[in-house]
Each structure stands twice: as C-alpha cells, then as structure tokens.
Ligand binder design. Sequence first.
Ligand code: CP
Ligand code: NVA
Length: 303
Amino acid sequence: MKDLLTLKDLSKEQFDALFDRALELKKRKKEGIMDRPLEGKSVGLLFNKPSTRTRISFETATIQLGGVSIFMNENDTQIGRSEPVKDTARVLARYIDCLVIRTFSQELVEEYASYSGVPVVNALTDMYHPCQILSDLMTVIEAKGSYNVKVAWVGDGNNVAHSWIWAASTLGFELAIACPEGFDPDSAIMDEALARGGKITIFRDPKEAVKEADIIYTDVWASMGQEAEQKAREASFEGYMVDEALMGLAKPDASFMHCLPAHRGEEVSEEVMEGASSIIWDQAENKLHMHKAILDMLINRKL
Ligand code: CP
Ligand code: NVA
C-alpha cells in the first residue's frame, strides 16, 4: 500500500507486519543496533495543529533511521498563500520520500495522497488518528501478550475512537465505548464496522463498559479545534472521569491508557495517571518505534 490515511483498509496481515517491525526495531535499538533504512531519504512534516509526541517521534524516527526530516506549516510555505493542494502535493513528491500531515480535514489528507507520488501519512485529522492506534496496540501486545483483549473506551466518540473502531473491526478484539448521548462515534463508521463483524458496543454508563476490560482508555473531552466547546463539554461528560473507583470495576490487572496530552481532573484523575496500572509512558515511547516501522515499510514499499 502507498499511504496510511485511516486504518479502514489495513488488512490483519498488514497490522501484524507493522507490529512485528516496530517491536523488532525497538528491540534492536535497545541492543544498541542502529538500523538505517532511510539513509539518503527525507520525510516532510506538514502540521496545521500543535503536536508534541507525534511531531518529535516522527522527526526522531526519521533521524535515527538515517534520514532527514523537514518540518513545514502552512504559513511558512506558499500553501498559506493559496497554492492549490494538487500543485503542492506534486511538487513536494519530487523532493521528499514521504509526507506526514496533521490537519483538520480528512479530505485534505486524502487529496494530498491522491496527487502525491510518495507515501502520505495521516498524523491526525478531525476524523482519525491511525498512527496513534498502531502504537497503542503495540503497547497492548507488550502489556497483555496479544491484542485479543477487551478495550473500554471512556469518553468522546472522537478521532482516536474512530481509529480504534476500525482496528477492532479488522483484528476482532472487543471494544466497549462509553460516551454520553450526543457524543457517539460517527454513525456511518459504526454501521460499517458492525457490518464487518466488529464486536463493538456503545454504552451510556462507563461502569457497564469497563466490566471485564483489560484496557481502559480515555482522551480529552474537547479535541483540537473544539476549544470553544470546552465548558459545555465538561458538563456533558460529568461522571465520565476515569478514576480509581472506575478502574476497580475492570479486571484486577487492567491497564490505563491515554494518547496524551491529558487533562487531570477532567477525563482522568491524578491517581490513575500516576498509578501502578498506568502504562502511558510506554505508550508514548512506542510512538517512536511504530513511526519508524511505518516510515520504513511505506518508503521502502514493504507493506
Ligand atoms: N498523542 C498525540 O498525538 O500527541 P501530540 O498531539 O503531542 O502529537
Ligand atoms: N482527540 C485529541 C487527540 C490528541 C492527540 C485531539 O484531536 O485533540
């Protein structure tokens, strides 16, 4: 495959190949072996929203694999002066070997991909965050031995949730989503994922969703671009904080995950963030290893 835009079209074999490569690259790095499959290659990053983890891990991944990263935003380029996407995409592809984009519209990323001669990677849109769920599932494999687990999503039916839904529908693990009415995942995505046989259920009560869960996952209530809704959302999501009491209703060895950045005292308590069941720092680290796997496999056409 050329691009990574959603997780919808990734086969189980492609998921597994990415997990295997990321785990292998992580192991080799820890052994002091520096693989350089991106020697002589450059990766462009076009980010129209803020980022700490995704940007720095993609840039570091590129450099550690022997390549060079080039960070761009709209206002430093002619994109901000309305050069058409179809022109920018074709020009950039004559220079760089991969384009990683973080922006608002999923359609924009797809337009870049359709005109770009080199791989395009979605590093978060309002609709999806595919790279996040790939590194999260790598973390689940490390923590639980496989992805055949029950994941409970507690919070907004947002971009991260949408990517979890596609992963669950292809890989067959159980996904329980607890969200208030009005904050469900996109209904077209849910319908299609269920039609594909996904074991995905929506609950209103977080206590119901977390029963027998191996992983409790949450994310901010107001995503980037929804800042004006912050106060109203805090009211709508009352009772959805992941705290010790909620963790206590899941399996005794359940782990807590969060893509970060987190808002302590809103979607998660300080105690859970810092507690023994939290695997958020491994989760954040694995973005580096998974992004290496994504870049290597797309640029070197191994996927
Ligand atoms: N999880 C994540 O994508 O973090 P950043 O917004 O810092 O990249
Ligand atoms: N749902 C969040 C994820 C941040 C990594 C957002 O889009 O802001």
